[in-house]
Design a protein around this ligand. Sequence first.
Ligand code: BGC
Length: 542
Amino acid sequence: MAEWWRDAIVYQIYPRSFADANGDGVGDLRGITARLDYLADLGVDALWLGPVFASPQVDHGYDVADYRAIDPLFGTLADMDVLIAAAHARGIRVTLDFVPNHTSDQHPWFRTAVEAGRGSPERARYHFRDGRGPGGNRPPSNWCAVFGGSSWTRVTEPDGSPGQWYYHLFAAEQPDLNWANPEVLAEFCDVLRFWLDRGVDGFRIDVADGLIKDPAFPDTPDGSPIIPKGADSPVHEVYRAFRRVLDAYPGDRIGVIETGADDEIVALFLRPGEMHLAFSFRFVHAGPDAASLREAVTRTLAANAPVGASATWVTDNHDTTRSVTRYGSLTKLVGAYIPGERRTKVVTAPDLAAGARRARAVALLLLAVPGAAFLYQGQELGLPNVDDLPESLLQDPIWERSGHTVRGRDGCRIPMPWAGDRPPFGFSASPRTWLPMPDSWAGLTVEAEAADLSSMLTLYRDALRLRREHRALGRGALRWDEAASPDVLAFDLATADETVRVVANFGTTPVTLPAGELLVASVPLEEGRLPRDAAAWVRRRS
Ligand code: BGC
């Protein structure tokens, strides 16, 4: 099948939290293999597995010590081979996380760099610099790390003296590689080949736009790093090289760009000869209101069109508060009239019922707009974020690095509830899971939702089946209905054979749907009309 990825449904697995086969309270590869029938029934085209490579797990696998080995926590290379074969047998492709911006500080390259000392070729694989001030005791620049604190950490030289500093965009245990060094590119192309040879169908590329930094590391007004962007940035040479590696294999192997850059910058990575897909994070940050969702869709499509790229829609992932919680924490309408503003921001405890209702509506947008869509495990169950984990159990390095001011991302990484009426809900044979699961999830298990026609899981299953049956969904040409009221999103998706109208109502007044066959609605219609915070697909009479 040519260019399968252009409208693929990719299911993101966070391996620690999907399914635990060996009973240690942490998910693993054999757990994933055992649950593949669930994913086949759901109707996904591909999986993206978070990092399962050998790692000290400081950033839960985004600190890789050996890119060609599976961490024993998750299993073995043989387990991976079985998983790939079992997924392929079900028609599901497998993509892996690829983490080229930084290694672990336990990677042999970094350990030998520290041992080899100043000016060595080993240090030239990373960004080592002398410090400033007396004895070089101040960091080489004021750049700040994403996880908090300085981006520079000092090493001790082999003779025991205070030494050079190395640069890390994230945690100190994640030293950044020097991508201006051809040895780095050669090694990572080889890592790609290692997994492609094992049958992997592609890679999600972590921090994809961040690989090259200004080598002078000059101070900046706010401590943010200088990462060359733009059409001529040398980072694009890296992606052209990766593309050549992918294209040397049969079967349309892909690269998916992760970057939070502006749409036009993102599109540069999708030019012919570079990568295939890039997440539209604008969609993550949007909504759920008609204006921001429409802007996310139009701006993403407009930026991608000139390079002939497909969009990649996403609402949830392992770094973001789950959408049910986000959408339940909307700005609220207040009674008092504030000149110039219809709404004022009142931060309240999330209304999870409202959030789930809006998430159902957004699901029908996500699965309709043209392009690929990524679903994060548990999104299809409508799991909320878990924001009341005791501080003593927080695991995300952000918690420590921020001096206990930012709780981090654990709340969206809670293990999947599969079955039963109490934790660990079939996730593990152990009652002690790596993050605790809330008692209140008994109604959100796969087992409970599969038996409930009104559940989020049933909605996702129905919508994904309809998307397979109606090629306009996810693939048709999109035309907005400009006559829709400002709180309503309405557009047609047309192919040569049919037109599907998508309507999402984020206002308070029920909306009349156009004539045609109602394919699905996110909630029951009220007197034939679409109520607030709801969406529907209607196959139009031509
Ligand atoms: C990943 C994060 C990770 C970071 C550093 C991000 O893009 O999605 O989970 O902490 O990169 O590797």
